[in-house]
Design a protein around this ligand. Structure first.
Ligand code: ZN
Ligand code: ZN
Length: 142
């Protein structure tokens, strides 16, 4: 396994067998709501590379991007584990908080900066988008 992970209570665990296609930090209003006022930090993996053990609940809503997002969370502690977008069902967007440390992941881009609070600080090294970034190229299929 390249990465392993767990939720806050330990009832859900993850095994991830690939490197992420991309990593992003998102400051959209919905992410701030689920992330205690800060951004979410996310790593997008090929869906089949992410194996989850344990009970997951789901919630589905329309994202700021206009896509439908389904959130998967631990039914015991509520930790956000991963999300899937209707635009990219071949990917799982794993919340970086559940990935075991130490790991080599860090956000590569910052998105939805227009919705960030005035106190937000962005890494000047990273590409920044005021809203949804351009759709990434599809992952080549074997
Ligand atoms: Zn849990
Ligand atoms: Zn967001």
């Amino acid at each position: 396994m390249i990465y392993t992970g767990r939720c806050a209570c330990g009832a859900v665990s993850l095994e991830i067998s690939a490197k992420p296609a991309m990593t992003r930090q998102c400051w959209c209003r919905q992410c701030q709501t689920i992330a205690a006022g800060g951004p979410t930090n996310n790593a997008m993996f090929p869906a089949e590379a992410v194996q989850v053990t344990g009970d997951l609940g789901t919630a589905t809503w329309a994202a700021a991007s206009g896509n439908t997002l389904t959130f998967h969370f631990c039914t015991g502690c509520g930790t956000q584990v991963y999300a899937q977008s209707s635009a990219r069902m071949h990917m799982k967007t794993v919340r970086m908080g559940v990935i075991d440390q130490p790991h080599d992941l860090a956000p590569q881009t910052v998105i939805w900066t227009d919705e960030a609070p005035a106190w937000a600080v962005f890494d000047p090294e990273l590409a920044r988008y005021p809203g949804q970034p351009p759709i990434p190229a599809p992952v080549p299929q074997g």
